[in-house]
Design a protein around this ligand. Structure first.
Ligand code: GLA
Length: 404
């Protein structure tokens, strides 16, 4: 006994210090390093709703390449709700065989063959929002299936969950399931901001989390639905809900003010330019939701403005803040990695207005001389001290970088 004691101690110490004990943090190393800048891509929902198919997704992936969107940084092609119809005898999720005659993996393979990434949608409850089978109780089984199809991104919704279901625990469970599959998969938390996911989204390994209800293709604020229910969110309604939560975003974990409506027909070109610019200042995921196969040159130019996209994708990963508000006139500013600022002048009013961003408001001393560049005109405007002012059209923005 005494003779074996040192050996026993050595074995004990070996297991204590050398053999790693699995922890949540180690499991999540599979997905660490994902979404270091806000995810960019395209999703079926805003334009096509439940009308998803193999043909649609392949066509959109082709268009993403041909339109120059891939070159501009768009990467994920995501099928939202309605691809799934049932579970089989082994409880495996089954895709709609009429709409996806070759199965989901064939679509994913095609998307990958174009150098893009593939995403899919499910729900933390019994059913998805459109009433299709949800993931509750099948998290690990579904994650293995998704990984076998080559899924790179999962949007996980919150419909048909139990009243007592804990959001944080549910999303932590899905992250653990995805990691256990061994495939790095971006987790997009979609519980509409109901349980303040900005407070716990990063901790559970979420890469982005919706902060609001669904976006509608209109400019304005919150409005009641025709049946009196709350609420339809225009761009401004969503913007106002982002003002206080910017500090929770950073590399790998982003506030998600919902997908883009740019090009869907409900706003003017000026408003779409503003919508896109505001999402960039917010370091929001840029997930287009229009028909990429038939967009006008104006819409393509908005979605592929590389200077504005660079603001969104800046590696420092700071979300922009509203630094001044005077009625309808606002200034938003975002700190960039090279020490410069992206500055957005927003006119919510109904006539053109002059708006000024003071150096003091954006965090610079007034005497500093800084070079200003207009990111929509693609033009250097010269050096300025103290402030920059510009005339901004109704529902429009001017976006500049200010570089000391
Ligand atoms: C919810 C989500 C939307 C979309 C639909 C699909 O409303 O918030 O983004 O995914 O479900 O049914």
């Amino acid at each position: 006994m005494t003779r074996h004691f040192p050996v026993a101690v050595a074995i004990f110490l070996f297991f204590l210090f050398v053999v790693p004990i699995p922890t949540f943090a180690q499991q999540s190393s599979v997905s660490s390093g994902l979404a270091l800048t806000p995810p960019m891509g395209w999703n079926t929902w805003n334009k096509f709703g439940c009308n998803v198919s193999d043909e649609l997704v392949r066509g959109m992936a082709d268009a993403m390449v041909k339109s120059g969107m891939k070159d501009a940084g768009y990467q994920y092609v995501v099928i939202d709700d309605c691809w799934q119809v049932s579970r089989d005898g082994n409880a495996n999720i089954v895709s709609d065989s009429k709409r996806f005659p070759n199965g989901i993996k064939a679509v994913a393979d095609y998307v990958h063959s174009l150098g893009l990434k593939f995403g899919i949608y499910s729900d933390a409850g019994m059913k998805t929002c459109a009433g299709r089978p949800g993931g509750l109780g099948h998290e690990y089984q579904d994650a293995v299936m998704y990984a076998s199809w080559g899924v790179d991104y999962l949007k996980y919704d919150w419909c048909h969950t139990y009243k007592t279901q804990d959001a944080k625990a549910s999303y932590a469970n899905m992250r653990a399931a995805l990691d256990a599959s061994g495939r790095p998969i971006v987790l997009s938390i979609c519980e509409w901001g109901t349980h303040q996911p900005w407070l716990w989204g990063e901790e559970v390994g979420g890469n982005l989390w919706r902060t609001t209800g669904d976006i509608q293709d209109r400019w304005g604020g919150k409005e009641k639905w025709p049946d009196g229910g709350c609420c339809s969110n225009g761009v401004l309604a969503i913007l106002d809900e982002q003002a206080e939560i910017g500090s929770y975003a950073g590399p790998g974990h982003w506030n998600d003010p919902d997908m883009l409506e740019v090009g869907n027909g409900g706003m003017t070109t000026t408003e779409y330019r503003a919508h896109f610019s505001l999402w960039a200042i917010l370091a929001a995921p840029l997930i287009a939701g229009n028909d990429l196969r038939s967009m006008t040159p104006e819409i393509r130019d908005i979605l592929t403005n590389k200077e504005v996209i660079a603001v969104d994708q800046d590696p420092l990963g700071r979300e922009g803040q509203r630094v001044s508000k005077d009625g309808d006139l606002e200034v938003w500013a975002k700190q960039l990695k090279d020490g410069s600022r992206a500055v957005l002048l927003l006119n919510r009013g109904s006539s053109p207005q002059e708006i000024s961003a003071t150096w003091e408001a954006i965090g610079y001393p007034a005497h500093l001389s800084a070079a200003v560049r207009d990111l929509w005109a693609h033009k250097d405007l010269g050096k300025f001290t103290e402030k920059f002012s510009a005339s901004v059209e109704s529902h429009g923005v001017v976006v500049v970088t200010v570089k000391p």
